[in-house]
Write a new protein. Structure first.
Length: 129
């Protein structure tokens, strides 16, 4: 008789310690994508200089829109901590990252051009929205 572990019974079960052959229904929650790959793809798609993207404090949409996508992917899809993402982007406060994650979804749903750019980045990085 095979042993079955339900993710509903053990919600804090570490996925890395699970034998994937014995328990194929347990999926990894986060991707193994590196932050450098993410920065490069976002900057390439939005046509922003990588150095400017990471260091320039600016509220103009040409920089804030790609940062929203970056923050959303790093926090929601890759499981990074808010403070860590804030340090990566111009030494911002973690509340800036929270705001970026909150404003990403309405912008993604309403702006067609932004949605297309985000979908191209997500498709290239093999991330499900």
């Amino acid at each position: 008789m095979s042993e079955v572990i339900s993710p509903y019974v053990f919600p804090i079960l570490k996925h890395s310690s699970v034998n994937k052959k014995r328990h194929p229904f347990i999926k990894q929650r986060y991707t193994t994508l590196s932050k450098n790959d993410l920065v490069e793809e976002v900057c390439l798609e939005f046509k922003v200089d990588k150095n400017e993207f990471l260091t320039k404090k600016c509220r103009k949409p040409y920089l804030t829109d790609p940062r929203k996508l970056y923050c959303y992917i790093r926090v929601k899809k890759m499981g990074a901590k808010l403070v860590q993402v804030a340090d990566e982007l111009c030494k911002y406060d973690h509340t800036t990252v929270i705001h970026a994650c909150k404003t990403f979804e309405p912008l993604f749903e309403t702006d067609v051009d932004y949605r297309e750019k985000c979908e191209r980045v997500l498709r290239k990085l093999d991330i499900n929205y």
